[in-house]
Design a protein around this ligand. Sequence first.
Ligand code: UTP
Length: 482
Amino acid sequence: MTDLATIKQALQARGQSHLLRFWDELPQPQQEALLRQLAAIDFDLLDALIDKCLKGKQAVFIGGQLVPPQVLPARPADRSGAKEYQQARRRGTELLKAGKVAAFVVAGGQGTRLGHQGPKGCFEATPVAHKPLFQVFAEQIRAASNRSGKSIPWYVLTSPDNHVPTRAFFRRNHHFGLNADDVMLFPQGTVPAIGFDGKLLLTSKGSLADSPNGHGGSLPALQQSGALDDMAERGVELISYFQVDNPLVRCIDQLFLGLHDLRDAEMSAKAVPKREAMEKLGNFCVVDGKVTVIEYSDMPKELARATSENGRLRFSVGSIAVHVLSRSFVQRLTKGRRCDLPLHRAEKTVPYVNPAGKTVKPARPNAVKLEMFIFDAMALTDKTLILQTERNEEFSPVKNARGIDSPLTALRDQVRRAAAWLEAAGVAVPRDAEGQVAAAIEISPLFADSAEELARKIDPNLTITSGQQFYLGSRGQLGGTQ
Ligand code: UTP
């Protein structure tokens, strides 16, 4: 580890010596921890960041020409499309059978908007069995492994803050029935918060204010943790990437994997039609020939609202943060431990310790937080693919404590999807006067993780009564209670 004298020198040269102001008061373990935090800082990079992101105040530069991207439809539009999708499904199945697919969930975020204590993946998100999000994904991965007869390794990105509790949660729950050797957890990197005056902040006398470096930080973390090497050893070629907050996500999708492979893509993305021009989703665009996602907050309003001759939005699809990445692409991006994703700045309110040693909780933003975004990797390759999908089937994130994208909307959407699958299979689902589903319904992915699989397995004469808590478990047992 770098010694104190070297760190002192580096801090002094950059006007950051205040970070060691309380050094002499700290017990040795805290001194060591602070030294570790400071030693992890890439000071040259920090100088550049302070210049670019703080003094320049430039959020995102949208230069060049912006046009809508090509998007593959959720359902094939014609016969040749139907043939391609059929082929892609088969290809996806073959890839799974050959053990060439890994699942990758990013769970290193702070989840401040939800406000749940502990890692977000431990949040109980399902309507009847109250399964934590991690279990929802684990069951899908188990189901897909069972179908292909080949285990699917699962990589879980954590943060330095939530790594230990996340690991403990997996252990306590026996990895939700997955083989422990096939589940690998690793923390992502962090970036210090930069005060508006260019000074780094202390959250306590012995600890630097920092935060995870964004979901884009998952790519260097895959490399630095050894996960990419592990994948190579296992013969994994494709990484199925998703976020921890979406209980409707399809973690493993044969069609998506197969299209990515058949079309020789290096990074693919799923998209849904935006509900309205200003919806808080990243907008898929092509900038100077490169597919890019522009965050809703960075998208010029007139472009977000622009319509074509047919009256439809020009930039009509948004990102649901589900990707397939080729391992070789991630390896190329992160070679030499560098990763050239841009850093995005967000102004945040960060509590800090003042020179008198007192904690100050500012009322207004006082610092800049920098994050890498996974979707920026799309602009680093010409080989991309965007597949449109149905929101009802695949997207209902738990972001906020209340209102839209909250636990309540996610519960409602899980019940709606389960009801739609049952009705498509010929089962009568009770509905109220407004047509809303009048029972809580949950289907374990281990019983069926698509409408088609459910239709093959379910008895259409099944009865679900109004107000029932109806759970279809792994062996099709009914865990229903009145
Ligand atoms: P969000 O953008 O919703 O951020 O993350 P968040 O930190 O979870 O929540 P807020 O903004 O504090 O309320 C989207 C996904 O990216 C992951 C999150 O865990 C979630 O799965 N993520 C985000 C990371 O893995 N690391 C990060 O640094 C940021």
